[in-house]
Design a protein around this ligand. Structure first.
Ligand SMILES: Nc1ncnc2c1ncn2[C@@H]1O[C@H](COP(=O)(O)OP(=O)(O)O)[C@@H](O)[C@H]1O
Ligand SMILES: CC(C)(COP(=O)(O)O)[C@@H](O)C(=O)NCCC(=O)O
Length: 331
């Protein structure tokens, strides 16, 4: 466990330190026991289809790690509906309005840590509960500024940093979904062409649950200069998950994935990275290392990792991509 995480778990536990830790720290075995009798609704083939390139995911991982999470989220969703009911009683609003508000889950973490796999798996598991079958997933890359605009602002080497997004549009999107608007749409990003896809939108129509996945979803709001309170997307989350691992492990995963993509997706004539299939592997890998060193690692250290302590749940992965510990917010 790194020392910051140790600090998050043990702060104030034994000594009259500054404040008690807000997290309960559970080993994989302790966490896994909490799934109780939650049924496993996915087959090995379905799990295989949800798995991202390089991410280890099998039925054991789903059962031990994601079933307890699915159960916990189901309990949270029930409790949140009760709370909305209480608010509705106080405000004297009709029953229909009380159950309309979607439950919003944020999934954060570094590039290549496996956020997409976690988010897709959660979507599939949560959709199997009869009480909340409509689960939508949106990734924040759709809100990146188009490459032409990033170039104009000198931000092409800052893709994924908070300033490379249209944060206002992302906020608006999440706020509209939360407010129960009938139909809300988001732009779409293509990893293949490395840019926003013109004229394509993803439409969300009043889901029961919305999962918002992305590097910066736990960022606090920018300070307001005009004295007005600003909100961040995280202010709309009912639950949030930070997928965590050692920085050196994530670097390996990023480079392994880059090597695999070179043999697969980069071969596509439309791939932005096609040129790396035409040069020796070592030259391509040098580019991958440079992207990690100059973009993804600094972004992880400066912007993403500092938001970890804001998550409701931290899933900490070992070198083999499997979750070893779960830190759950209790205070
Ligand atoms: N250059 C690329 N070409 C095609 N797919 C990519 C490329 N880079 C990343 N991906 C895919 O995009 C998805 C999101 O990746 P990323 O943002 O690194 O998040 P994470 O690995 O945490 O899910 C992953 O499924 C990954 O395999
Ligand atoms: C598209 C991303 C910024 C991730 O965006 P997210 O969905 O997390 O908002 C990232 O995967 C990326 O492409 N970063 C740029 C550096 C690189 O090519 O790895």
């Amino acid at each position: 466990m790194d020392h910051v995480l140790t600090e998050l778990c043990t702060r104030g536990a034994a000594t009259p330190g500054p404040s008690p830790s807000p997290y309960v720290d559970l080993s994989r075995a302790e966490w896994s026991a909490l799934r109780e009798r939650t049924p496993l609704p996915l087959t090995a083939e379905e799990v295989e289809r949800l798995r991202g390139l390089g991410t280890a995911l099998d039925l054991d991982e789903v059962r031990d790690v994601y079933l307890p999470l699915s159960r916990l989220l189901n309990l949270y969703i029930h409790a949140t509906h009760e709370l909305r009911g209480a608010l509705g009683t106080f405000l004297d609003t009709p029953d229909t309005e009380r159950t309309r508000t979607p439950f919003i889950i944020g999934v954060a973490g570094s590039v290549a840590v496996g956020k997409s796999t976690t988010a897709r798996l959660l979507q599939a598991l949560l959709a199997r509960w009869p009480e909340h079958p409509r689960v939508e997933l949106v990734t924040t890359d759709g809100f990146l500024l188009p490459n032409a605009e990033l170039r104009r602002r000198g931000l092409m080497a800052r893709k994924g940093f908070p300033e490379s997004y249209d944060r206002r549009a992302l906020m608006r999107f999440v706020a509209d979904v939360k407010a129960g608007r009938e139909s809300v749409s988001a732009p779409v990003y293509s990893h293949l062409v490395y840019d926003i896809v013109p004229d394509e939108r993803l439409t969300v129509e009043r889901p029961d649950i919305l999962i918002v996945e992305g590097l910066n979803v736990l960022q606090p709001a920018l300070p307001g200069t005009d004295g007005r309170t600003r909100l961040a997307v995280a202010d709309y989350f009912d639950f949030s998950i930070y997928v965590d691992a050692r920085t050196d492990d994530i670097e390996h995963w990023y480079l392994d994935r880059f090597r695999k993509l070179r043999q697969t997706a980069f071969q596509d004539p439309n791939s932005y990275f096609r040129r790396f299939t035409e040069v020796p592997e070592e030259e391509a890998m040098e580019y991958g290392r440079q992207v990690w060193r100059t973009i993804n690692k600094p972004n992880l250290l400066e912007n993403v990792l500092p938001t970890r302590g804001r998550a409701t749940l931290i899933l900490q992965k070992g070198q083999d991509h499997k979750v070893r510990r779960a830190l759950l917010r209790k205070l």
